[in-house]
Design a protein around this ligand. Structure first.
Ligand code: UDP
Length: 253
């Protein structure tokens, strides 16, 4: 998200042009089913917590978010014009964790922007300390609250979305989160407790564009897709660390 503020053209070109080209190729080959990886960022600063799918979309704080919001509209308009299309918009909350085998995990390029890869890189000794971006938010401990979701649960949501497409769902919009909000310090403490490793941190100023609290009500996905998150916060921090400790340098070239 931060990078997209510096490189708006690159983000609009890649995400918007890329998706329009993909959809064009799809329709020319009679493929009219798509699961789109959208994001909780389309809600902007949400008007209700927990966020349901009825919550209005909001002002995004960066071009990345706008591409997700705009592409949702593009895909819904395409489905409206041609009812043979099935479009499932999955609004991801905060994906973390790794495959429990420790073989597939997150290896960001350069300095991690997201919380969990930053924590794992501090724990492995690659970075000195975690900067906690703000402790004066209106949350229980003052740090930002998010709905972290294990990547394997996220993967399972896609399988359920495919099954909905097989039932010819038309348009389906779903939040993909656990429905639980954890603060930055909750995540750090869980990581330290479960993994028995140290994660030094210090409080830094707020990061531009961040909101205080973001977690969802995942009831619609449960009712319509039969999907529910099975992994909890301890599984997330354990699997993230398992991957990082087996791959201290990520996936070297
Ligand atoms: N965060 C932090 N330090 C970091 C990265 C993130 O304190 O190095 C905080 C951030 O301010 C937010 C939460 O962790 O409250 C999740 O941030 P992330 O970038 O992972 O996801 P976002 O919710 O911004 O998409």
């Amino acid at each position: 998200m931060g990078e997209s503020v510096e490189k708006p053209w690159e983000y609009y070109e890649n995400n918007i042009s890329g998706t329009l080209t993909l959809v064009d190729v799809m329709r020319h080959h009679g493929c009219k089913n798509i699961i789109f990886s959208s994001s909780a960022t389309v809600y902007g600063d949400p008007v209700e917590i927990p966020i349901t799918e009825n919550c209005p979309k909001g002002q995004c704080t960066n071009p990345y978010g706008w591409t997700k919001s705009m592409l949702e509209q593009v895909l819904m308009d395409i489905q409206k014009a041609d009812s043979e299309w099935n479009v499932v918009l999955l609004r991801y909350f905060n994906p973390v964790g790794a495959h429990p085998s420790g073989r597939i995990g997150e290896n960001p390029n350069g300095i991690p922007n997201n919380l969990m890869p930053y924590i794992t890189q501090v724990a492995i000794g690659k970075r000195k300390e975690l900067g906690v971006f703000g402790n004066d938010y209106p949350t229980p401990d003052g740090t930002g609250v998010r709905d972290y979701i294990h990547v394997c649960d996220l993967a399972a949501a896609h399988v359920c979305a495919l099954q909905a497409i097989a039932r010819r769902c038309g348009i389906g919009i779903y939040n993909v989160g656990t429905g639980h909000g954890y603060s930055v310090l909750d995540m750090v403490k869980a990581f330290v407790r479960v993994n028995g490793v140290d994660v030094p941190y210090s409080i830094k100023p707020r990061r531009a564009g961040d909101i205080a609290t973001c977690y969802c009500n995942p009831a619609k996905a449960a009712a319509e897709l039969g999907w529910k998150a099975r992994y909890g916060i301890d599984d997330m921090v354990r699997d993230s660390w398992h991957w990082q400790s087996l791959n201290p340098d990520g996936y070297p070239e």
